[in-house]
Design a protein around this ligand. Structure first.
Ligand code: HEM
Length: 117
């Protein structure tokens, strides 16, 4: 799921980034997150949970808060990325932004309904 489509509030964004997402590839960013039930009320004794892996480079709590604010401010509810957003990061002539150009006539990969069958 794109972070642009997430409905989580900032507190929940922080929880997901700290705790990871059980059963998915979303990694955790705190040490021993499932020790005391502070993550989703789950502990290591909770049955049938596939605990997420710990991130290789863990973010500090102030960095996690900043990332959650970034998601809320710049991504959440913003719809599909635009050419200018792409160009701001990659540069106007980057091949990475080709498909975001309004004049570009290719199928839009992120919308399966528009891909020609
Ligand atoms: C700082 C970087 C990251 C942030 C801010 C972030 C944030 C999030 C958030 C907020 C969600 C929950 C979305 C929702 O349920 O509404 C999520 C889910 C997920 N993330 Fe991350 N994530 C990061 C890095 C990663 C990485 C490195 C991976 C994999 C290598 C990853 C894999 C996933 C997966 C598989 C899900 C579950 C998707 C789903 O339920 O559809 N994330 N992430």
């Amino acid at each position: 799921m794109s972070l642009r489509a997430t409905h989580l509030d900032v507190e929940q964004l922080v929880e997901v980034i700290q705790c990871g997402r059980p059963g998915t590839g979303m990694p955790s960013h705190v040490r021993d997150p499932y020790k005391d039930g502070s993550c989703y009320g789950i502990t290591k004794d909770t049955p049938d949970i596939e605990f997420p892996m710990q991130a290789n480079a863990m973010l500090r709590n102030d960095e996690i808060a900043a990332v959650a604010e970034y998601v809320k401010t710049y991504l959440q509810g913003k719809g599909e990325p635009t050419f200018s957003e792409c160009a701001e990061y990659w540069g106007e002539n980057s091949q990475n932004c080709r498909d975001f150009k309004p004049s570009h006539q290719s199928s839009v990969k992120s919308d399966p309904d528009k891909v020609s069958k």
